[in-house]
Design a protein around this ligand. Structure first.
Ligand SMILES: [Zn+2]
Length: 218
């Protein structure tokens, strides 16, 4: 017997929850794929920059360049960091202060610091995107809730509405907006929220309200 239809409604709720969980998982997979593409793009950019810096001598333009690990024994005075080396150098204690540094060496004799390739990992890229989303939502939230400040002598607006409109316009013109909207295209709010809470911020994500504001005004 299912008096008042309790069981039926409970079953409906459970089906709905299961459906949402499945959808979140599917969409999370899509987000990871997009982040992977973003990571690949960033890594490729870093690789291209490194090639440009490493392959051609900045002094004579020659492409006959070799790279090598150079032992720092006082002969190399390029951009070194760290006081251990410096003090070792000043006092001439080479044994304890030998360090290595990859350099490019041209046929003309010129040497310069080798540019390393930075690999961006998928998770890093995803985290970075959520970071940017968080700041954008923060801006929208502030704009949406802005009020005239009677203590601010620089206040130029006549009403809350006018101030909000102006701030929201600035948000809409933000450079991140298009990229973020593209990244999160067709992804449901629950997925964004769940991903932020479970994968990115470990339960510290507090932007639910901000997301709502954002979707209300976009
Ligand atoms: Zn050269």
């Amino acid at each position: 017997m299912d008096l008042f239809g309790f069981k039926k409604r409970k079953a409906q709720r459970e089906r709905l929850a299961a459906f949402k969980t499945k959808r979140i998982k599917e969409e999370f997979k899509i987000l990871k794929e997009r982040a992977e593409q973003e990571a690949e793009r960033e890594s490729k950019q870093s690789q291209e920059l490194a090639n440009r810096v490493n392959d051609k001598c900045p002094k004579c333009g020659s492409k006959n360049v070799n790279d090598r690990i150079k032992r720092l024994q006082g002969e190399f005075s390029g951009d070194m960091e760290g006081s251990i080396y410096r003090s070792g150098y000043v006092h001439g204690h080479s044994e304890g202060s030998i360090d290595t540094n990859p350099v490019n060496k041209c046929e003309c004799g010129h040497e310069w610091k080798k540019r390393e390739v930075k690999t961006t990992w998928t998770y890093e890229a995803l985290k970075d995107i959520f970071e940017r989303l968080h700041w954008m939502l923060e801006d929208y939230h502030k704009a949406y809730n802005a009020k005239l400040d009677p203590n601010d002598l620089d206040e130029t607006f006549e009403s809350d509405e006018e101030k909000r409109k102006d701030l929201l316009k600035k948000c809409d013109e933000g450079t991140q907006r298009e990229n973020l909207l593209k990244f999160f295209k067709d992804i449901h709010l629950e997925t964004i929220k769940e991903t932020a809470e479970k994968e990115i911020y470990g339960g510290l994500w507090s932007s639910a309200e901000k997301i709502r504001d954002f979707y209300e005004i976009v």
